[in-house]
Design a protein around this ligand. Structure first.
Ligand code: NAP
Ligand code: NAG
Ligand code: NAG
Ligand code: NAG
Length: 329
């Protein structure tokens, strides 16, 4: 027992040191680039880092669309962004990444009502607080953090491809996590419930996200769409509250003091979307505003294809439908 307590104390202490170090070495996006006349979509842009990313783009003059499953939180987020940026061109739309149907409806709405999409920031994500099957038969955490984002990105490709030009490519950035390094591929068991440790589910979802970034960028190499993954570092947001382990609120408080503020965590996503230097890369992994390297698993082309095929199957996209989204290339 006392061994476990000491172990936990060591882990918490270690995490605090890492957090403090990251906070003190956080780099900021320096770009002053304006986005007037451009459209930016931030999933989960209604709280935490997403809210900061969305506000930053609103300040740069973009039309900003934020999306989350809850109308009250979404409306509040939209109001905060408008107040802070003075930009009225901000819209909240309902999106539940845990439902394939909601993702399809949302994407159809965007395709039918927006005439362009310059930047897609796949920021929404949850901590692994519960483990159950959604109405679509998929593992809940995997679906929110990965399958839903996967489907959304594919459905929005035609608009992203249409918007990008050689001088101004459109961009996709996924907010992943250092924890992707602990992720597993295990195609057979990936969407099982009551099989993985909770934290492992989170790691798996973030690994698959990074793998997709890489495979998608390969498939888009002849297009004007750039895809990159970002790791924000350890950030004090409400994500820890959803951990549901009793001390979630306590962690949120401590992490809020010691770790990066959401505004600081938002910088790498802003960096890859605005920097010309970062724009020269696609399919890569950025950490603290610097080009970095993801887990070795991500650089295995055969695995990437398997993960891609399995993901298409699980979200219910067949080969013909998939080709449709790439046909404008
Ligand atoms: N905080 C960290 O230390 C850290 C480290 C590495 C990576 N990340 C990643 O950074 C991203 C942002 O996290 P955060 O820390 O800013 O957490 P957060 O404050 O909890 O924000 C997460 C956002 O995702 C939205 N979301 C949750 N479930 C959704 C669903 N089913 N459909 C659509 N949107 C949904 C949330 O909307 P609601 O609030 O309405 O649910 C919220 O706006 C996540 O992908 C996270 O994994 C965080
Ligand atoms: C982002 O994630 C989606 C879904 O997982 C994937 O299709 C896309 O390729 C990823 N992009 C990056 C940059 O990782
Ligand atoms: C993925 O699916 C495509 C099309 O069905 C197939 O040609 C290819 O061999 C598959 N690749 C892998 C690695 O499973
Ligand atoms: C093990 C498991 O839960 N597999 C499920 C994965 O998702 C598909 C639905 O797309 C289900 O049919 C499987 O049962």
């Amino acid at each position: 027992m006392s061994f476990i307590v000491i172990l936990i104390e060591l882990i918490v202490f270690g995490a605090m040191c890492i957090g403090l170090h990251q906070k003190n070495t956080n780099r900021f996006s320096k770009s002053k680039k304006r986005f007037d006349g451009k459209t930016v979509l931030v999933t989960g842009g209604t709280s935490g880092m997403g809210l900061e990313i969305a506000t930053d783009f609103a300040c740069r003059g973009a039309r900003v669309i934020v999306a989350c499953p809850f109308v009250d939180e979404g409306t509040r987020g939209e109001k905060v962004i408008i107040e802070r940026s003075g930009n009225q061109n901000v819209a909240f739309k309902v999106l539940d990444l845990a439902s394939l149907d909601s993702v399809r409806k949302f994407a159809a709405d965007i395709i039918n009502t927006e005439d362009r999409l310059d930047i897609l920031i796949n920021n929404a994500g949850i901590a692994p607080h519960s483990d159950f099957k959604t109405a679509d038969g998929l593992n809940f955490v995997m679906q929110v953090n990965y399958f839903g984002t996967f489907l959304l990105t594919i459905l929005l490709l035609p608009l992203l491809i249409k918007t990008g030009s050689p001088s101004e490519p459109s961009k996709i950035a996924n907010v992943s996590s250092i924890l992707h390094r602990l992720g597993q591929i295990d195609l057979e068991n990936i969407n099982r419930t009551n099989y993985w440790y909770r934290l492992q589910l989170y790691c798996n979802s973030k690994l698959w996200l990074v793998m997709f970034g890489r495979e998608l960028s390969r498939r888009l190499k002849d297009s004007n769409v750039i895809v990159n993954n970002v790791d924000p570092g350890v950030v004090g947001t409400n994500i820890f509250q959803s951990l549901n382990i009793g001390i979630g609120a306590f962690l949120t408080y401590i992490f809020g003091i010691l770790f990066k503020r959401p505004y600081e965590g938002a910088q790498t996503a802003i960096y890859v979307s605005t920097s010309e230097t970062a724009g020269k890369f696609s399919g890569e992994y950025f950490q603290n505003c610097v080009l970095s390297k993801a887990s070795d698993k991500v650089y295995n082309d055969d695995l990437l294809k398997k993960v891609w095929n399995e993901s298409l199957k699980l979200v219910g996209i067949n080969n013909e439908e998939c080709e449709e989204y790439f046909k404008s290339l």
